[in-house]
Design a protein around this ligand. Structure first.
Ligand SMILES: [Zn+2]
Length: 75
């Protein structure tokens, strides 16, 4: 998976999380809180698994512009 696709998926997960949080606030249903936790967990796992440098394959943490390990510029 390339970074562009990973970024899109992370964005979708972010929107789902926001929607679920809002659902939880509005309806006060416990289901939404579980859903929030599940989506948040998926987001973290996805980030760690796919947010990697295309060259050295190391996890880039919060970086989006440049790999902190090998210096590869992204985009
Ligand atoms: Zn790298």
């Amino acid at each position: 998976m390339n970074l562009k696709t990973a970024k899109t998926v992370l964005m979708i997960l972010g929107v789902l999380l926001a929607a679920s949080l809002l659902g939880g606030i509005l309806t006060k249903k416990e289901l939404f809180y579980w859903l929030d936790a599940l989506i948040a967990l998926c987001t973290i796992v996805f980030h760690v698994v796919f947010w990697r440098c295309p060259k050295c394959r190391k996890w880039m943490g919060g970086r989006e512009d440049q790999c902190p390990f090998c210096g590869t510029k992204l985009k």
